[in-house]
Design a protein around this ligand. Structure first.
Ligand code: CA
Length: 647
């Protein structure tokens, strides 16, 4: 059967299905219906015939025309089959096979082409984007508003992270995706008045789960958020005018014809499709060739335990020795190295590290003109000529990567800065970590030298305050289902110090409430292709041998991920595979011990597993355990404890 003929057949079956326009996933379970009611484009979503998104608005308002009303849906919608295999070295799974049905719904306004809504429906995932056509002599436009909405069914619970007010927080650097989640909350709210940061998780009564996000956002558009309305409607919101001290517009500009980024919806009857989704990467393509083969590595950083005053030559040298002793390939030298170490001494450290197989990541302030963060180096990353000169210096002394901090905004101008830093860094063979930043949106695949992003209430807060330590387990049991489900998360954790102070002295600084097994488990749960763990040199003699041994071995990139058990904010157990080795990792945040008989379908009968577990006082131990599939693995994890199993 030739391709044309099969497309014809597909079109015929497509229109027979429903008088409305319907597009289904390859397995037929996920269905999207599209219509134009009174000229207003709408869509709704079902899975296994249960409604997950009620009839919700589509469309754009632009300065070249209002494409959210007065539209007519054309009958000649086109449907294509997508079948693509690709490699994903740095997140979730190494080989992805993406199959989907794509449908292009064309809308006209006053008889002229206005916009297409392009849907992609794969098993458990759907996404849509808009393509806007030129209007008369107009070949560019500003998108003033996106009408796209997500009306959640009655009884939906929400798991959302509020967007902060602009120019608030440390040195007026917010928003930077560092607020606390409200878990199991009701619909009908709007966070702190500014909506919610992506991704956004919903539990649709007893039917299942919905994760909403976006992907493919680059310098050609702004990043967006969800605005909450009454009755369970959420809609796409653009950045706030005050972001980045009011610099830059909130309305993205596009050429005509031109496209918006993808809005993504992952749907599951269980949480497995959420935890395992690759939709942020399925829909994007690499934007440039890697200038070299980048390495995803483990490392240490002194700042998280020892803070600003220890960004000094002797301490960084000690950390190079420490990383070498751990078999790690990098250290991260944090803020203030420009004044406290200086460029010549940085070059000396780089040369010293190179002899030991340890490369350097260097911290940079994103700029100087839109926040008050005083740490240097400042003003080197927001200007192409200066940035490229700086990167040439880095290349000359063999710097592996940079960590650029304090972005504080989602406007198109800021998204362009992220892209420009990545693009320039690739020319000099440098990997890039972002902190104080936005969510990565497909960047693992789009930018080959992209390493990771913070965009989470990360390990620094454990140092800054006891309350974060008290809530550590709740947060750790949340990220797998939300933040880390769609992008690399540079948490900078897995501390083995009992106390957050430079010498691990008891009762000084905040106290870690979680167990050592918990710390190890988060090195598997929290995924980032490049990791800088919060370990300290003293851990070589004050932490258990088995903990150090595990932290030496744990991979940072994986071939596969599988959800096993869990509930956001309460507990999670997942499995990641590297080669033939599986790492099952879990943590418990509930007051009562978590008791499960863990079934491991990926482990063959009689396999001896290494089993890391906590007693009720959170003292860890390891043992060997023979796997019997009929029984599973009986686990009992106390509050703030963890569990780990490896084959
Ligand atoms: Ca931060």
């Amino acid at each position: 059967m030739n391709i044309k003929f099969s497309i014809c057949l597909l079109l015929v079956s497509f229109f027979k299905l429903n008088a409305q326009s319907v597009v289904k996933s390859p397995d037929g379970k996920l269905a999207v219906s599209v219509s134009a009611d009174n000229g207003m484009p709408q869509y709704s979503v079902t899975y296994n015939e249960k409604t997950f998104i009620e009839k919700s608005p589509l469309g754009l308002k632009t300065n070249a025309g209002d494409f959210s009303s007065g539209l007519a849906l054309q009958a000649n919608s086109v449907q294509n089959k997508i079948d693509e295999s690709y490699q994903l070295r740095n997140i979730k799974k190494s080989n992805v096979h993406y199959t989907a049905n794509e449908a292009v719904f064309s809308f006209t306004k006053e008889g002229r082409p206005a916009l297409d809504v392009i849907f992609r429906v794969s098993n458990n995932n759907l996404a849509f984007k808009y393509k806007v056509y030129p209007q008369k002599e107009t070949f560019s436009c500003v998108v003033q508003e996106e009408a796209s909405g997500f009306l959640m069914p009655k009884g939906t619970a929400t798991f959302l992270c509020p967007q902060s007010n602009p120019m608030t927080g440390y040195a007026r650097t917010a928003p930077s995706y560092e607020t606390s989640y409200a878990l199991d909350d009701a619909v009908g709210k709007n966070g702190w008045g500014n909506g919610y940061t992506f991704p956004c998780l919903f539990k649709v009564n007893s039917s299942g789960w919905v994760l909403i996000s976006e992907t493919g956002v680059d310098g050609g558009y702004c990043a967006s958020r969800l605005i909450g309305h009454e009755n369970g409607l959420y809609s796409i919101g653009f950045p706030m005018p005050g972001e980045n001290n009011g610099n830059g517009t909130t309305s993205p500009g596009i050429p005509l014809p031109g496209e918006t980024p993808w809005r993504t919806i992952t749907i599951g009857e269980t949480l497995a499709p959420i935890v395992e989704t690759t939709i942020p990467f399925d829909l994007v393509k690499p934007k440039y060739e890697a200038s070299k083969e980048y390495q995803y590595t483990k490392g240490t950083w002194s700042w998280i335990i020892k803070m600003d005053s220890n960004t000094t030559f002797p301490v960084q040298k000690e950390y190079i020795d420490f990383s070498a002793a751990m078999g790690y390939e990098t250290i991260l030298i944090d803020a203030l190295w420009d004044v406290q170490i200086g460029r010549d001494k940085i070059a000396e450290l780089a040369a010293y590290g190179a002899k030991k197989g340890v490369g350097l990541y260097l911290w940079y302030n994103s700029n100087g003109y839109w926040n008050d963060a005083p740490q240097g180096p400042r003003g080197l990353m927001d200007n192409a000529a200066i940035r490229r000169k700086e990167m040439a210096w880095m290349k000359s002394i063999g710097i592996k990567g940079i960590k650029v901090d304090f972005f504080g905004g989602d406007k198109q101008v800021t998204m362009k800065l992220y892209e420009d830093i990545l693009t320039d860094a690739n020319e000099f063979g440098i990997m890039v970590i972002f902190h104080g930043c936005t969510l990565p949106r497909g960047w693992e695949r789009m930018y080959p030298n992209y390493a990771s992003s913070e965009a989470v209430l990360a390990s620094e807060n454990l140092h800054f305050g006891q309350q974060s330590c008290d809530n550590e387990a709740v947060n750790a049991a949340t990220h797998t289902f939300i933040r880390n489900a769609v992008g690399s998360m540079d948490f900078g954790g897995s501390a083995l110090n009992k106390f957050y102070n430079s010498d691990n002295i008891p009762n000084k600084g905040s106290k870690r409430m979680t167990s050592d097994v918990f710390a190890l488990a988060t090195s598997v749960l929290f995924q980032s292709g490049v990791q800088h763990f919060a370990l300290a040199p003293n851990n070589l003699h004050d932490a258990p041998d088995w903990a150090i041994k595990f932290m030496k071995e744990v991979p940072t990139v994986w071939d596969e991920v599988r959800f096993l058990e869990g509930y956001p904010g309460k507990y999670v157990v997942l499995a990641r595979r590297k080669g033939k080795k599986w790492y099952m990792a879990g943590v418990n945040a509930q007051k009562e011990p978590l008791e499960l008989k863990l079934k491991l379908p990926m482990i063959s009968e009689g396999t001896t597993l290494r089993y890391y577990q906590d007693d009720e006082l959170l003292n860890g131990k390891i043992m060997d355990f023979k796997y019997r599939s009929k029984i599973g693995v009986p686990i009992k994890v106390p509050c703030n404890g963890g569990v780990l199993l490896t084959n």
